[in-house]
Structure formats: C-alpha cells, structure tokens
Design a protein around this ligand. Structure first.
Ligand code: HEC
Ligand code: HEC
Length: 464
C-alpha cells in the first residue's frame, strides 16, 4: 500500500517532506524567539493583518476579541464610572486644581506641580498646535490655566476634567490608568506615550487627595478628624496607596509605619489565581472592589467577607460590603475590562539592561539551588493553584496579610520586575532593591548562596 502511495503521489510526498523540514528548522532556529510577550499593540497588529472574518472567533461570541480588548482598554484609560460625583462634587478636588483665579480655591495646580506629584501627560492626546507651543516653550508650565488646557484635551493620564458651558472646570473623575499606567517620557520627563498596565511609582496619591478642599467626608467615614486623615495621606509617599483603609480604618502598622502598599503593575496576570499582594480574590473581584469602593464609581459590589465588624468595622458601618447603585455604571464594563487585562503582558527587558550570561546562570539557580521556582513557578511565576503563604512561611510580619480575608501573602508574579524597581520590593517596598530581596531569602531560607550566585540571580530577575 505504501509503495502504491509513493508511486501515485510523488509531488505530494516531496511537498510534505519540505513542510516538515521547514517546521523543524523553524523550531530549532527560532525557539528562543517564541516568548509569550504579545502586547496589545502587537495583538492588534496581528489581528488586523489577518482577514477581517478571522477576527470573529465564532457566532457564539458577540464581539471579536479585538473589539473587546479595545473596549476594555477604553474603560481602563478613560472610564470614571461616574466617580466624579465623589472626587469632584464631594471632595471638590477640581477646585483645588483650578485655583482661585479660575473659580476654585487656593493657588491651583500648575503642570509643573502636577508632574512633581507623579501625574503623567499623554503626549498623543495633545493637539498639534499645543505640541508646537510646548516645544517652543510658549506654554507657561507654572500656570494652573495650562493644567486646565491639558485636562480639556484629556491628556492627564487617569484624570478626566468636566467643564461647564462657560469653560470652567466643574468636576473631576479618576480612572484605573491613574495608578496603573505611566508614560515613556519620549516628549519630556513625565510626558510621552502611554504605557498601560505599568505601575506609576512616581504618583503620590496621598498628596493629591490631600489637596481636596473637603476631606470631611473621609474623616466622617473613618470617624476621625481631618488632621488625622491628612497625617495618614502624608504617610503614603510616592508609588503607594492603601486600598483597605476605608474598610478597616487602619492608617498605620503597629510599628508606626504607613499601612499603604506599593502600586503594582497589572500586566502578565493571566494564568494567575489570586490577585493583590494579599490575594483578595480574582481579577474580576478586585476590579469591582476598586471601581466601587475606592474610585467610588457607581456600580454593584458584594463581598460578605467584609461584613465582619471586628475586622472591617468601617465597611460594616458604611455598608461598603454590599453596594447597589442604579444605574450601574460598572458591571456592564467588567467583562471587556477583564479581556483587556488578560491580554496585557509584561514588556520584555531591554537587551542591554542585564548581563545575559549571568542571567542564564541565575535562571538555573532560581529553579534549583535557590528554590525560588517552588513558589514562583515559571512562566507565570506564581503557584498554579492556591498561590498564598502565611507570614510565618515567608518569615515576615503579619500586619498587611491580616488586613485581607485570608490572612496571607500572595506569591508575586515576577514578569516585568525591571519596570518597577523604583519604590522597592515586597508589598510595602521593604527591600530597596533586588539585592536586598535575595539577601533576605538567602538568610530566611538558609540558601548558602555565594556573592557571585546572588549577583547571577539578580541579573536573572532583571531579565524576566
Ligand atoms: C488610587 C490608585 C489605584 C487605582 C485608581 C486603581 N488601582 Fe488597582 N491597585 C492599586 C493598589 C495599591 C493595588 C494593590 C492593593 C493591595 O494589594 O492591597 C492594586 C491592585 C490591583 C490589581 C491586582 C494586581 C496583582 O498583582 O494581582 C489589579 C488587577 C488592579 N489593581 C486593577 C485595577 C483596575 C482595573 C482599576 C480600575 C477599575 C484599578 N486597579 C484602579 C491602586 C489603584
Ligand atoms: C514560599 C514561597 C516563596 C519562595 C520559596 C520564594 N518566594 Fe518570592 N515571594 C513570595 C511571596 C508570597 C511574595 C510576596 C511578599 C510580599 O508581598 O510581601 C514574594 C515576593 C517576591 C519578590 C517581590 C516582587 C515584587 O513585585 O515586589 C521577588 C523579587 C521575589 N519574591 C523573588 C524570589 C526569589 C529570587 C526567590 C528565591 C531565592 C523567591 N522569591 C522565593 C513567595 C516565595
């Protein structure tokens, strides 16, 4: 039968052999290139190159993946979920930004001051004439009026200004992008193309909230005075925020240090079970938590674990464990927001940013002698399964873990570590750099690493 087959289809056989050879050589020569680092941009490019009908995955899907990623990205970048009712109408943050001369209060916030507290400017949102004026230094960066021009053009990452018919700033809302985006500084420091999903470790959220003329509402929620609220906000510093304060009212750890945690990146989170430093829940749980209880958008949120008067007295008092708004401006957006997040991957480390040979040796150490991969399982770098550890297992204090429902720390995914070296490592930034992290593991887990091995491991961490 085989002989017959050979005789009948010689061209087909030759073709098949060529195909197999091409496939094998592609695998051999390019296997190093096949890294799961597709960014949204790349994904869009791939999808747009293929025939339009191939973007439709099947009639059961209402929209193509591409459309859903785009919608999710739009929500992430621009949606306030109606939270201007809190940040503007209630806290009156917009009035502090505009300043007295422009119908607000106080001196106002100039673009220079906005950049100094870590706010970023999306250069691509700026109209051409404004770019020209900026380049010619014709824009007064010390004038709050210029900040309003940026807001009018939707160019301040994570902030949306609302303007009345007379052109006055009448309210302001915030977006996810505020804390989980930065820019590539391609135009000037703090001004450039958006980098979705990166942690903004320059952003001083506490200093920004502190500007708000009406902090009494926050003081009332917490049952303290405004001076205490300001003290807590001032303790956060750049790159940090406390997403549990409005639930448990804890502004400080017992040792007097701030209770805030580092703003994490939100890329390369697909394939990971629990999210946040302390594993509060899934991506979708946390998205709903933040949008409703922190940004104070108008939606629906239910988490009966928060209905616990000894652990979360403020959540019980305010009813934040069971929020029901009508209309619901959040829930309809959660699905596409999730699709967008799943598509975000960590950007690969720049080629010359680490020593390649040392990183290769470091990878071996990570997987073997240093036992890092027992918890940080490549390529997701967290445990497939229940990715949580007690403070005792980690050899660190329990303060932050005990503020979460499971009293544990989640194994941090490590992809793109190089993008967030500012602000330190571990939930509260207790280790200033990767050397300190490795030193900690070496001592706590008695790894007996030599100085060269520690260095190799650090180079590997910078490469993932
Ligand atoms: C004011 C700053 C701020 C804003 C705005 C914000 N986040 Fe976060 N986000 C944080 C902080 C801080 C954490 C870490 C919280 C923790 O672990 O206690 C976090 C954690 C996360 C995580 C978990 C990351 C991980 O490693 O598992 C996700 C996902 C996330 N945020 C998504 C969002 C989305 C989506 C929005 C908009 C709906 C949003 N965030 C708005 C500050 C912010
Ligand atoms: C027992 C499980 C476990 C082992 C083993 C382990 N880690 Fe971790 N790792 C964690 C947890 C949990 C966290 C989060 C700690 C926190 O948030 O305070 C973490 C955090 C980190 C971070 C900080 C990430 C960030 O975004 O700040 C780095 C870096 C890290 N680990 C590297 C390593 C290296 C290198 C090794 C091996 C020497 C290692 N880990 C071994 C569980 C582990």
């Amino acid at each position: 039968m085989w002989i017959k087959f050979f005789r009948l289809r010689p061209t087909a056989i030759i073709l098949a052999c060529i195909l197999v050879l091409v496939a094998i050589s592609t695998f051999v020569f390019f296997k190093d290139e096949v890294k799961p680092t597709v960014s949204v941009g790349q994904l869009q490019e791939v999808l747009s190159r293929s025939a339009p009908e191939s973007a439709q995955l099947g009639p059961e899907l209402e929209k193509s993946i591409l459309e859903r990623i785009e919608k999710g990205q739009h929500t992430f970048r621009y949606d306030t979920f109606g939270d201007e009712a809190f940040w503007g109408d209630t806290l009156k943050l917009h009035r502090a930004i505009a300043g007295e001369k422009l119908g607000g209060v106080g001196p106002g916030v100039s673009p220079k001051e906005a950049l100094a507290v870590g706010l970023k400017v999306d250069a691509e949102a700026l109209p051409k004439n404004l770019v020209k004026d900026l380049k010619a230094r014709k824009v007064n960066l010390d004038d709050p009026a210029s900040t309003l021009v940026l807001l009018e053009n939707d160019a301040v990452v994570g902030l949306t200004g609302f303007f009345d018919k007379k052109g006055n700033l009448s309210s302001i809302g915030i977006q996810c992008a505020l804390c989980h985006s930065t820019v590539d500084d391609s135009f000037a420091p703090g001004i450039g193309k958006r980098l979705d999903g990166w942690a903004n470790r320059d952003l001083n959220v506490g200093a920004i909230i502190s500007l708000a003329p009406n902090l009494q509402v926050i003081a009332d929620r917490l049952g303290v005075d405004v001076a205490t609220v300001k003290k807590v906000l001032a303790s956060w510093g750049p790159g940090k925020y406390d997403a549990v304060l409005l639930m448990d009212g804890k502004g400080f750890a017992p040792d007097g240090k701030s209770a805030a945690v580092l703003l994490p990146p939100i890329f390369s989170l697909s394939g990971i079970n629990l999210h946040t430093w302390t594993g509060w829940g899934s991506l979708v749980h946390w998205n709903a938590y933040v949008a409703n209880t922190q940004m104070r958008g108008k939606g629906t949120f239910f988490d009966p674990r928060l209905n616990n008067p000894s652990k979360y007295p403020i959540a019980v008092k305010t009813g934040d464990w069971n929020i029901r708004n009508k209309p619901d401006l959040i829930t309809p957006k959660l699905a596409d927001l999730h699709v967008f997040q799943l598509a975000l991957t960590a950007p690969p480390a720049p080629k010359n940013s680490y020593d390649k040979k040392a990183a290769q040796r470091g990878e071996k150490l990570f997987n073997e002698k240093a036992k890092c991969a027992q918890c940080h399982v490549p390529p997701v770098f967290s445990e497939p399964g229940w990715n949580m550890h007690t403070p005792e297992e980690m050899g660190i204090d329990a303060f932050q873990a005990d503020r979460s429902p499971d009293n544990r720390y989640r194994t941090s995914p490590l992809n793109g570590l190089w993008t967030h070296q500012k602000g330190g490592f571990f939930h509260d930034g207790r280790f200033a750099d990767l050397k300190e992290v490795i030193e900690f593991y070496n001592t706590t887990f008695k790894l007996n690493l030599t100085e060269r091995e520690k260095n190799d491991l650090a180079e590997y961490l910078k490469s993932i």
